[in-house]
Design a protein around this ligand. Structure first.
Ligand code: ASP
Ligand code: MG
Length: 406
């Protein structure tokens, strides 16, 4: 069982979490619980680190931000014991949950679950601090990147061979799109791993992308559900499972969107071999992820235009890098904007249906929405449009593909 920040926001809420845990223990399960920090805590810790000044050290950053989960884990163990259950807290290094040394976004390398399982066998609920691990060679605490408790939970479930991994959050599952934008969004009963991976990567915030990757590789069945349900009578959530386990497959399963996008266009770039490498090589070296790339086929084959997108957070850095190499690359002008949004439709059914994206282009055109860039892959397509049209575009696609709740 994994509980996010809003689920453990205060002691009152932690009591409710404990009641969910008790229900599963009473049902005869051995339970390991992974918790996030109390809501807002990690942001506060990150801000304090930034306030300390310019000598930013990622290992010390991790030492600070990992503390939020320690508090939540200890408090839940206290509450469980108060309810008469056996329970103890586990910090990442105590398990140990081992990672590489990429402080701030470390990857899990190995989990030895044997001590934890021994505790479970003795009847103790294991309350594990999510988001953190240990880099053993340097003996330093690491963290797994924002939202990383999801990954802690899935990896732990895989390591101990859990029957289930239930992710409790503040919504009751995965929706066809963000219900705040489309009130007619529906909860999905089942989503395949592949679709969930795309949805999470393309903007759905319900699970950390890496947690879905780990679940997919280890075939951990994930169940996303709400901690705000009555613990005595929990409602249905969303099962994330193999494609084969989904009987009724829709062509489009969900619409995701991401406002955290920026577009950069280079005008009159010399149309000769090596130009793309001159632009994207330095961006890659600076660890800037480039998403969409469009190069116009030029008529005179002397110059061309190249457009690409990066995350909003990398926009400034990407511009600086390209501007600093203006002579080496050879282009006339750079235009950039952050007022763009990427809207994506996802569904494994696209593999076997043609014309799925064409319908979207037509529907958006009918609403007067201009598409700046398009990318497609086997089970999704994405369009970059003006941010001002986000709601209209998402709603249009949601009803176009029959996703509206009736
Ligand atoms: N507390 C961490 C964060 O806010 C990890 C998590 O919640 O999953 O990013
Ligand atoms: Mg989260």
């Amino acid at each position: 069982m994994k509980f996010g920040g809003t689920s453990v926001a205060n002691v009152e809420r932690i009591r409710k979490v404990a009641a969910h845990v008790k229900r599963e223990v009473d049902a005869g399960f051995e339970v390991a619980v992974v918790v996030s920090a109390m809501a807002g805590k990690t942001n506060e810790l990150v801000a304090w680190c930034q306030e300390t000044g310019s000598h930013f050290d990622n290992a010390e950053y991790d030492a600070v931000v990992a503390s939020g989960e320690l508090v939540a884990a200890g408090l839940l163990a206290l509450v469980l014991r108060d309810m008469g259950l056996g329970a103890r807290s586990w910090q990442g290094w105590q398990i140990p949950l081992l990672t590489d040394d990429a402080h701030g976004s470390a990857r899990i390398t190995k989990i030895d679950g044997s001590q934890l399982v021994e505790g479970l066998r003795r009847g103790d609920v294991a309350v594990v601090a999510g988001f953190q691990g240990l880099h053993a060679p340097t003996n330093r605490v690491t963290t797994l990147g924002r939202g990383g408790s999801d990954t802690s939970a899935v990896a732990l479930a895989a390591a101990v061979g859990a029957d289930r991994c239930d992710i409790y959050t503040d919504v009751d599952g995965v929706y066809t799109t963000d219900p705040r934008v489309v009130p007619k969004a529906r909860r999905l009963d089942r989503v395949s791993f592949e679709e969930m991976l795309e949805m999470a990567s393309l903007g759905a915030k319900v699970l950390q992308v890496r947690s879905v990757e780990v679940a997919m590789v280890h075939r951990v069945k994930l169940y996303v559900r709400s901690s705000f349900d009555d613990p005595a009578d929990p409602k249905l959530g969303t099962l994330i499972c193999d494609e084969e386990d989904i009987v009724e497959q829709q062509v489009v399963t969900g619409i995701a969107f991401s406002r955290d996008e920026a577009q950069i266009t280079l005008r009159e770039v010399a149309d000769k071999p090596g130009v793309a490498a001159a632009i994207f090589g330095p961006l890659a070296e600076a660890s800037i992820n480039v998403d969409m790339i469009i190069q116009v086929v030029s008529e005179d084959s002397t110059t061309t235009d190249i457009t690409f997108t990066v995350s909003g957070a990398d926009f400034g850095r990407a511009k600086e890098i390209i501007e600093a190499r203006r002579d080496a690359i050879g282009y006339a002008r750079l235009n950039g904007t952050q007022d763009v949004v990427k809207i994506s439709a996802i569904g494994v059914g696209m593999r076997s249906h043609s014309g799925v994206a064409a319908r979207a282009f037509k529907a958006l055109a009918a609403k007067g929405i201009n598409i700046r860039a398009i990318t497609t892959s086997e089970i999704k397509f994405s369009m970059l449009i003006d941010e001002a049209y986000t709601e209209l575009a998402v709603r249009t696609l949601h009803s176009l593909y029959g996703l509206d709740a009736r």
